[in-house]
Design a protein around this ligand. Structure first.
Ligand SMILES: [Zn+2]
Length: 289
């Protein structure tokens, strides 16, 4: 343990020295800031290039992926982004909310915490929504709910399968009841989608909590969990202090949720596209039974 810590420290100090030397000597090329990455799970420091698809090469921890990285990973090639919007409602006139949204739009180049799209996976056309937790922790404000509802209605109209990648901190407190209403709205659209016997695959990524886990995340005909994805309604600490009981060490992990029946399949990121392609081909876009 001590030895590995020393090794990492050495690696970091070499990196720092190189950067300092480069700053002094302007003729040499600058070493990029993101050359190394520290895994938040095993704390090992590795080169960023060794993180394939944002997965730690040492322990296999799946680091968060943004919406565009995810779409590049799963689609056969080109895809089309749907329902982009300029709307940013502030129904409660929550102080500073509008400014926060503007700032995040600039920083993330997203219009909200979800990107809806259409394209092909394994040559089968489908509609995919990917939540992105860089935008207000992926919380479900009224624009998120509206975009997902529109995507479901669009998939229903075109009779296409639907895949939703979830990651969310829950409801968006700045929108109060308007945020909570999105749960019923999205699930209402999903009920109509399911009545048409179309396939919905829910794909849980880290972390998925609150209103999303209490509405559309568990409603998939098939619910897939990514390894290391924490998934539940309230967080561990809140539950432990409410029920005043010790919780199992693996509480809310993908394995725990699979044993409890909340997740059907655990799929590593390297097999994400391949698995979705297989499921879509098996069902040919429709749900059986
Ligand atoms: Zn790791």
């Amino acid at each position: 343990m001590e030895k590995s810590f020393k090794k990492q420290k050495d690696k970091l100090s070499i990196f720092k020295n190189l950067r300092q030397r480069n700053r002094k000597n302007k003729n040499t090329r600058e070493i990029p800031e993101d050359l190394f990455k520290k895994c938040p799970h095993c704390n090992e420091i590795q080169t960023s290039a060794s993180y394939k698809d944002n997965v730690c090469p040492n322990c296999g921890f799946h680091l968060p992926m943004n919406a565009y990285e995810r779409m590049d990973l799963i689609y056969d090639g080109r895809y089309k982004v749907l329902f982009t919007t300029k709307e940013a409602p502030n129904p409660l006139d929550f102080p500073g909310y509008g400014e926060k949204i503007d700032e995040l739009k600039q920083k993330t180049k997203l219009d909200e915490a979800v990107v809806c799209s259409i394209g092909h996976i394994g040559k089968i056309k489908c509609v995919v929504c990917v939540m992105d937790n860089r935008f207000m922790m992926g919380s479900m404000g009224s624009v998120v709910g509206e975009k997902i509802t529109k995507a479901i209605e669009f998939a229903l109209k075109k009779k296409l399968p639907l895949i939703i990648f979830t990651t969310s901190g829950g409801a968006r407190m700045q929108e109060g009841i308007f945020s909570l209403m999105q749960m019923a709205k999205v699930n209402g659209a999903l009920a109509r989608f399911k009545a048409a016997n179309l396939l919905y695959v829910s794909y849980i990524t880290h972390p998925t909590y609150g209103g999303v886990s209490a509405s559309f995340a568990p409603m998939g005909d098939i619910v897939i969990g990514e390894p290391f994805a924490m998934y539940g309604f309230a967080g561990r600490r809140v539950i432990a202090s409410t029920i005043k009981q010790k919780l199992p060490d693996d509480f809310q992990t993908t394995k725990y949720n699979m044993d409890a029946g909340f997740i059907d399949l655990i799929v590593e990121r390297s097999k994400c596209k391949q698995t979705l392609g297989k499921i879509l081909a098996m069902h040919q876009g429709v749900r059986h039974g």
